[in-house]
Design a protein around this ligand. Structure first.
Ligand SMILES: Cc1cc2nc3c(=O)[nH]c(=O)nc-3n(C[C@H](O)[C@H](O)[C@H](O)COP(=O)(O)OP(=O)(O)OC[C@H]3O[C@@H](n4cnc5c(N)ncnc54)[C@H](O)[C@@H]3O)c2cc1C
Length: 472
């Protein structure tokens, strides 16, 4: 295998910069072309959300490239969801019954900058900013760019071109528009959009709300969430319909109405947000959607990765983690088939696509779970039981959330199959009063419930497998 092959990566976001680092570490000659200015030098928001939930699949990727020790100082642990009811009462619902399982809040810009630094430190990796890819000639392995600095168009040939240019990928657009192979593509928008707001730090630089949680104000058809930042602030995100319900993005047109909306539904948050009305009208409202497509690659010439291949809605906090996991999975396939790009791309897509489809679907499910169910009694009872099971049987029980978030060696698809069956089993059993939970359950009572849940879960998985086989 020749490492003289040159590689182009289009997009130096979270996935592209990690991929550049990994391929650079493997000895490839890599050039990254990023549309935006260098976020380490220019004060631009890194695009999309300001901070993100970072968890075990992402951590595994950082370990692969050997920079976890540099990433951890950027993290704020979030041990659970801090649920705020309409009166302002709060309760902390842990993410897991195992204390060592938690997610982290991390700055998108901080993490992206670190990945760029690490990639750029390698002699065989070069990163060019202000270079926008306009299209990719995937048959001939040529990428077309526009350089914002000298205002020139130019083209560049490569052995392989990776498209890590995010949800609006130019490379994916070329696949679609060229109509040279059977390219399937779907894009589904939610009727809800989002807007980022903020809770500023106290004058002393402290946190105005509990630091180590992901705060949620779930209100049925809409919700507010807040994640902590290292400077003491919180980034707050409002998820709301564009056009339905009494309050929606289209009719929140005056400062008075925005404040009234928050006074009615998010009173305790409002008291921490004197800057609300300004934030609201200064910050953009953006749409949320799921992109699925196939194939991700054209022969051995080009490959889509990260959001460019599979953009998902943010409700499982997994988009970045999944994009990082792409690089881990790709690296494993490369170990097996290095030297034959077409086989690498084929094998990678074959094993990976079912997992990214699974997390896309789980993320949609979690939207309703977050905005509705966290407030429903049966859901809370299920979570309480699952926390008790995880605590009592730490090696044998994991909720769907734990399987997805904390079990980086279980694929998303397996996590989805098992997690959904478990949920169904528990919810049915609670509804049928086959199991009842109380605060002082004995070990023996819990063990009985645990066994019931496992048996019922296996039955559901078997039934689903049989139904699928018959369907085929
Ligand atoms: C509101 C919101 C909240 C989220 N929260 C979470 C979370 O909590 N946890 C989580 O894991 N994920 C979260 N995500 C998902 C996460 O943001 C994405 O999955 C992740 O950014 C994907 O990385 P990427 O590198 O594939 O794409 P991006 O991060 O979008 O990077 C793409 C890069 O390509 C560049 N680019 C675009 N077009 C071109 C072009 N034509 N030429 C050259 N360069 C180009 C862009 O400037 C950008 O730098 C969230 C997303 C949103 C919208």
């Amino acid at each position: 295998m020749s490492k003289n092959e040159n590689i182009i990566i289009v997009g130096g976001g979270l996935c592209g910069s990690l991929l550049a680092l990994r391929l650079g570490q493997r000895g490839y000659s890599v050039e990254v072309f990023e549309k935006r200015p260098d976020l380490r030098k220019t004060d631009i928001s890194a695009g999309r959300s300001i901070n993100l939930a970072f968890s075990d699949r992402g951590i595994k990727a950082m370990k692969l490239v050997g920079i976890l020790d540099k990433v951890m100082p950027l993290c704020i642990p979030m041990n659970g969801r801090m649920l705020h009811d309409i009166e302002g009462n709060t309760v902390l619902a842990p993410y897991s019954g195992r204390e060592y399982e938690y997610i982290n809040s991390i700055s998108r810009g901080g993490l992206n900058a670190l990945l760029l630094d690490e990639a750029e430190a390698l002699d065989n990796v070069a990163i060019y900013f202000n270079h926008k890819c306009s299209s990719v000639d995937f048959e001939n392995g040529i990428a077309h760019f526009y350089n914002y600095e000298n205002k020139q168009n130019f083209e560049k040939e490569a052995t392989v071109i990776f498209g890590t240019d995010g949800a609006g990928s130019a490379m994916r657009k070329s696949y679609y528009l060229e109509k040279k192979f059977l390219f399937s593509f779907s894009q589904n928008y939610l009727t809800h959009g989002y807007k980022e707001l903020s809770i500023l730090p106290t004058i002393e630089g402290g946190f105005k709300a509990y630091k180590n949680a992901l705060h949620i104000w779930a209100r049925g058809d809409f919700m507010l969430i807040a994640l902590p930042n290292l400077d003491g602030s919180f980034t707050v995100t409002l998820f709301l319909s564009f056009d339905s319900g009494e309050y929606n993005f289209n009719n929140l047109t005056s400062k008075e109405r925005v404040v009234k909306f928050f006074e009615t539904y998010f009173k305790d948050a409002l008291s921490l947000m004197p800057n609300l009305a300004d934030d609201f009208f200064e910050n953009p409202t953006a749409a949320l959607g799921t992109v699925k497509c196939s194939p991700w690659h054209y022969k051995g010439n080009t490959l889509l990765m990260g959001d460019a291949a599979h953009a998902i809605v943010p409700f499982y906090g997994q988009g970045m983690n999944a994009s990082f996991e792409d690089v881990v999975e790709f690296d494993q396939v490369l170990d097996k088939h290095e030297g034959d790009w077409e086989t690498v791309f084929n094998e990678y897509e074959k094993s990976r696509k079912k997992d990214t489809d699974a997390i896309a679907d789980l993320a949609i499910d979690n939207f309703s779970e977050m905005k509705e169910h966290v407030n429903s009694d049966i859901f809370r009872e299920k979570r309480k039981l699952e926390m008790a099971l995880e605590k009592e049987f730490p090696n044998d029980y994991s909720s769907k959330y734990s399987l997805v978030t904390f079990n980086e060696n279980i694929s998303y698809h397996k996590a989805m199959t098992r997690g959904r069956a478990q949920d169904k089993a528990i919810l049915n059993m609670i509804a049928d009063k086959e199991i009842t939970t109380s605060d002082g359950m004995t070990k023996e009572e819990l063990r009985k419930i645990f066994k019931k849940v496992i048996i019922e879960t296996e039955e559901i998985i078997d039934e689903d497998t049989i139904a699928k086989t018959m369907h085929h």
